[in-house]
Design a protein around this ligand. Sequence first.
Ligand SMILES: [Zn+2]
Length: 82
Amino acid sequence: MATVLRLTCPQCGDVDVPIDGGRLVISGTESGSDLQFDCPRCGAAGVERLDDRAASLLMAAGICMVASSLPQHPVGGTQTSG
Ligand SMILES: [Zn+2]
């Protein structure tokens, strides 16, 4: 029996997402993690904030984990604003 996550799609509201459809994004700098998922109903990408307890429960259930990829800031540019 597959684990199903009850999540909130920005378009559909409450949806049941199979654990295979979710990814736990590990952030090294903050406590807690983000759960990214693809809505099984409309296909939209959603994200939900999890605390450490919820995240560890999903890890125990075998969710896919990814490291958060921070955007690379260009170095040495001469861009000015203002
Ligand atoms: Zn949806």
